[in-house]
Design a binder for this molecule. Sequence first.
Ligand code: PLP
Length: 399
Amino acid sequence: MEKVFPDHLLPVYHRADVAFLYGEGPYLFAANGRRYLDFVAGIAVSSLGHNHPYLSGALKSQVDRLLHVSNLYRVPEQERLARRLCENSFAHSVYFCNSGAESIEGAIKMARRTHFGEGNESRNRIITMQQAFHGRTMGALAATGNPKYLEGFGPTPGGFDQVEANSVDAVAGAISARTAAVMFEPVLAEGGILPISGQVFGEIRKLCDRHDLLLIVDEVQTGICRTGRLFGHQWADARPDIMTLAKGLGGGVPIGAICVSERVAKHMIPGTHGSTFSGNPLAMSAGNAVLDVVLAPGFIAGVERVSKHLFARGSALIEEFPHLFKETRGRGLLFGLKCQVPNADLVAAAFDAGLLCHIAGDNVLRLLPPLIVTEDHVNEAFEILRSVASVYEIKAGEV
Ligand code: PLP
């Protein structure tokens, strides 16, 4: 896999030297004449795959009517999407934004503002988890706390206490009179596809109740059926106070959302937050069309069924190539294979063989297929991974 830095584009991305002309379901067709099976889905964005007739139709119809009006006026598509997100979650109200990082910034503001509104202005610190990823804006970076991403961008905004992931004791030990909230991803995705156990989730909820803290779940990657539930926290028997969404909600159109409980909502009075593009009709039509599809009877059960097959194929691959792979990780169609050889080598070889997959932290190979894939697509991906693994083993044996 060749890596390129095209002229006139800031060289912040290592790009594969391929350009896609169009897509169909889970396939992408490239200018080089090749077809690729897309198990990256634009990093968990293309939830309905490519060129989904229902989503495309809804967008075309919206484009022909109205793109943007601002929040100076009512936006019916926004009201509808907010209502549907609330009806299907713990939330009382929703604020729409344009990306994952922006939803995190808003969540941080809302948590602090809630305590301010309750007369506890000094409660402004947020406990986050090591190996987290919350985005690249300044507040989201500070919450992420990864020194590699922060290097050269100081001063870093303060107010975050990072603790060991998946540990109730670590969270309990970090709580002080200044703590406003605890924030984590239901599955630490970029950090290595590490699910937070239901038991830990529940215990953290209890800690939040005991200390009057807000629980923020970052569902930017896990939301909208990615884990086989509509929202990733629904695997645990625990309700958050704030939930961030982005990626899969728009099916490819930039969007973000912050879903909040009534306790939080009542402190976000006029003038406390805003953004020009917030909830514009085009993005809202995308969100509504995605929900039409994923909330249709049988869709979520289908994701769960395919997920079971995916994990079974993953386990079989590990059994066949124990020197290359160690364990399966994740939930639903947020799937990881812990590698014993460099994950990036396997991702590059899979690319050359026609399968798009991605890396995650902790040397994990990540599969994020569109939610519309079938068992046959999973079989196709695993046949490619088997051939990649065989070649890798043969080459390693020759060295
Ligand atoms: N939170 C999580 C869990 C993510 O996975 C990401 C991106 O990968 C973000 C936040 C940031 O989202 P965005 O890249 O849309 O700003």
